[in-house]
Write a protein that binds this ligand. Structure first.
Ligand SMILES: NC(=O)c1ccc[n+]([C@@H]2O[C@H](COP(=O)([O-])OP(=O)(O)OC[C@H]3O[C@@H](n4cnc5c(N)ncnc54)[C@H](O)[C@@H]3O)[C@@H](O)[C@H]2O)c1
Ligand SMILES: [Zn+2]
Ligand SMILES: [Zn+2]
Length: 364
């Protein structure tokens, strides 16, 4: 994608009331500029000083103009790690100096949806960071409902690996693996070998599937998928992915098909490779309608699920990270300092050319 690189001069000397941040000024126009530092607005808020952040595929959707809720002037980013700089009077779980993981989903913990563990639909939260309120691609960020939207990290935590737990690991796990009901011995197919598809692959291994089919257009990403446990690699550029999955499975199909792209063509692959009793777990954000082939699916005993990540599994994933079972740090392909974020966007926005998966941003 093409991005107009805008660097606005720092207005005067830096002082305690300002910071540098990546600000959205309309499609294709991110700018690294001086911005007022966030302040506590409610007693349940915390201010976090960012040490590590990263860029998500959803940030690219925003820069393409696909997310109309993002207004001009918004600081982007919904993934990050940092230290609590200030905490409101109602925050009881964290205090200044604590190292924290920021969840991409903000949750009040009290509303009807939060009480059903559907934090993504929190009545005073959900995906708001870097969307309807200022986000994490900045030196400081305000986190509402800090007690239930931050997670404690040990001071020595590997930030490169842990920052993958802000969004992509819970996304792949909850929307793909848990909703897809991956079982021991299953044949699973994951369409899309981007960071989210690979996160689904990593966490699917909790359940020991027998066959893991990875489908993508990018041979480099398919090779990376192999290192994460894919047993069958299919480049779908020739339009024969369905046929090849059917051949590989002896005509049976996949018990679980995980859609991790968000396009009609990839959803179509998923619905055409489902074994009887299969689960189609959609993760991809869709901008266009897709055709649901009920004339083929009606007798398949199939289940279709959709989900916005709730981040309810974050504590479990932190424990798996600490035990060494998960190694999401292997998704990091490029590293930049936070003030080189525009270069990081260029790299991530042209991922195939740069062989990029996740780009890491470190505050100096
Ligand atoms: N549901 C949620 O809560 C949630 C959360 C985060 C991200 N997402 C979505 O998950 C999706 C994946 O995210 P990502 O960061 O991994 O994106 P990405 O763009 O890095 O990866 C998508 C992959 O799909 C491949 N692809 C594209 N067209 C294809 C085709 N026709 N056939 C096969 N492969 C194809 C690309 O080569 C790429 O490797 C995106 O739609 C993202 O917005 C959803
Ligand atoms: Zn995201
Ligand atoms: Zn809530």
């Amino acid at each position: 994608m093409s991005i107009a690189l805008m660097e606005r001069p720092v207005a005067g000397p830096r002082d305690a009331s300002t910071m540098r941040a990546l600000v959205y000024h309309g499609p294709g126009k991110p700018s690294w500029e001086t911005h007022a530092r966030p302040a506590l607005l409610a007693p349940s808020d915390a201010i976090v000083r960012i040490t590590t952040s990263t860029i998500c595929g959803s940030d690219l959707h925003i820069l393409r103009g696909d997310v109309p809720t993002v207004a001009d002037g918004r600081i982007l980013g919904h993934e990050g790690i940092g230290f609590v700089e200030d905490a409101g009077s109602a925050v009881s779980a964290f205090r200044k100096g604590d190292k924290v993981l920021i969840s991409c989903i903000t949750s009040c913990g009290k509303c009807d949806f939060c009480r059903k563990q559907m934090y993504s639909h929190c009545r005073d939260g959900g995906w708001i960071l870097g969307n309807t309120i200022d986000g994490t691609q900045a030196e400081y960020v305000r986190i509402p409902h800090a007690d239930t939207s931050l997670y404690p990290l040990p001071a020595g935590a590997d930030e490169e690996a842990a920052v993958m737990l802000s969004d992509i690991l819970p996304t792949g796990f909850e929307c793909g693996v848990l909703n897809g009901h991956v079982q021991p011995g299953d044949t699973i197919a994951i369409v899309g070998a981007g960071p989210v598809g690979l996160a689904a692959m990593m966490t699917a291994r909790f359940y020991s599937p027998a066959v893991i089919i990875s489908i993508d257009l990018d041979d480099n990403r398919l090779q990376v998928a192999k290192t994460f446990g894919a047993t069958v690699l299919i480049n779908s550029a020739d339009g024969k992915a369905v046929q090849r999955v059917m051949e590989t499975t002896g005509g049976r199909g996949a018990d679980v098909a995980i859609e991790a792209v968000g396009m009609p063509a990839t959803f179509d692959i998923c619905q055409n490779i489902l074994a009887a009793g299969g689960h189609l777990a959609n993760i991809g954000v869709h901008g266009k309608p897709v055709m649901l082939h009920m004339e083929k699916l009606w007798d398949r005993n199939a289940t279709l699920t959709t989900r916005l990540v709730d981040t309810v599994t974050t504590p479990l994933l932190i424990r798996s990270l600490e035990s060494g079972y998960l190694e999401p740090g292997r998704l990091v392909t490029h590293r930049f300092t936070l003030d080189n974020i525009l270069q990081a966007y260029e790299t991530f926005g042209n991922a195939a050319r740069h062989k990029a998966l996740k780009v890491l941003l470190t505050a100096r």
